[in-house]
Design a protein around this ligand. Structure first.
Ligand SMILES: CC(C)(COP(=O)(O)OP(=O)(O)OC[C@H]1O[C@@H](n2cnc3c(N)ncnc32)[C@H](O)[C@@H]1OP(=O)(O)O)[C@@H](O)C(=O)NCCC(=O)NCCS
Length: 332
């Protein structure tokens, strides 16, 4: 039991994920745009990705991941105080996907809202929830990272459509004494580089009009080479900052869970952190880049594999549009 004035933190007590059934292979993409399996595999490491059904929205994928995480934590949704959904592909602009998910789960006691930080969204949401749980405003929370990128992908743009996939991951977070669970967090942004990865249409700048739709503004635009040069450096800086905060080094790390944007970025981060490849969780070959969902899906797969043991030190590190980057270090 903790003393009244003892500082508290938060720990992950449940992990779950969901990926849609439909698999889209590189060969299928070869029939849609001017590309090859060889180009995609060499440049990105992606062989296939999952695509949501036409009637599946973010809250549907998030619901499946949330149910799995709650089951893993053995927690009734009615005990949740807070639901935070990280996504850039919400069901709709209003209400928040968090509120839609709250209703689906029957989490009647919870406050719910969304966080928008692109591929770093799950890390940003978890960092914020850890603070709220640590301070004591919230005791039990659900953090979901979900993306249905297939619905904002321009399937005529070979530079982006080969990268993205759909999926959701979720964790249950509960109070614990400081020194257990989440040991370090880091977040940073650089809004001056926003146009490296953006979706111009559908908001108040370029609302949905016939003209804007004709200019394909409803689809995500990316300058991949521009992003690449920031990705490795930012992810390494973020990982090192959380380790310093916790008074630990990369030698203490058991697993690295990087955002799955490109196998070459993952390899660059691994090398600079001096970790072995078997310490790095990689699923980009099967899942593609699912933005904010990529880290919690990879965490879910690691947990399911049985390789993640109690006491293991895990560092999760993300980088994405905004630009945003961040990291969460935790002990299982
Ligand atoms: C997107 C990415 C895989 C592209 O790889 P790249 O090595 O940078 O490739 P480039 O964009 O420089 O393109 C090289 C050439 O391949 C071509 N090309 C682009 N997409 C292609 C495709 N799907 N198939 C075949 N050729 C393609 C380009 O047109 C270009 O041809 P050119 O030299 O004749 O102009 C890579 O830049 C990347 O992963 N960037 C970072 C993504 C990221 O971090 N995102 C943030 C988080 S989501």
């Amino acid at each position: 039991m903790s003393g009244k004035n003892e500082k508290m933190s938060a720990k992950i007590t449940g992990i779950g994920y969901y990926i849609p059934e439909r698999i889209m292979t590189n060969s299928e993409l070869e029939t849609m745009v001017d590309t090859t399996d060889e180009w995609i595999v060499t440049r990105t490491g992606i062989r296939e990705r999952r695509i949501a059904a036409p009637d599946q929205a973010a809250s549907d994928l998030g619901f499946e991941a949330a149910k799995a995480a709650l089951k893993n934590a053995d927690l009734d949704p009615k005990e949740l105080d807070l639901i935070v959904v990280a996504t850039v592909t919400p069901d709709m602009a209003l209400p928040a996907t968090g509120c839609i998910l709250q209703d689906k789960l029957g989490a009647t006691k919870a406050a719910a809202f969304d966080v928008s930080a692109a591929c770093s969204g799950f890390i940003y949401a978890l960092t914020m929830v850890q603070s709220m749980v640590g301070i004591g405003h919230v005791k039990k929370a659900l953090v979901v990272g979900v993306e249905v990128l297939s619905k904002i992908t321009d399937w005529e743009d070979r530079k982006t459509c080969i990268l993205f996939g759909d999926g959701a991951g979720a964790v249950v977070v509960e109070r614990c004494p400081q020194g257990e669970g989440i040991l370090g967090t880091f977040m940073q942004s650089d809004g001056s580089l926003g146009e490296l990865l953006y979706l111009p249409g559908g908001g108040s700048r370029n609302p949905i009009t016939k003209e804007n739709l004709e200019q394909r503004l409803q689809y995500v635009k990316m300058k991949g080479d521009g992003l690449f040069k920031y990705a490795v450096r930012s992810m390494v800086d973020a990982a090192k900052s959380t380790l310093v905060e916790a008074g630990l080094t990369t030698k203490d790390v058991d697993f690295l869970i990087p955002h799955q944007a490109n196998i070459r970025i993952i390899e660059g981060v691994r090398k600079r952190l001096k970790l072995d490849m078997d310490q790095v969780v990689v699923n980009i070959d099967r899942i593609g880049n699912t933005s904010t969902a990529s880290i919690p899906i990879a965490l879910g797969e690691l947990n399911e594999s049985g390789n993640l043991k109690k006491g293991d030190l895990v560092i999760m590190v993300a980088f994405g549009g905004g630009l945003t980057w961040g990291s969460v270090l935790f002990r299982r």
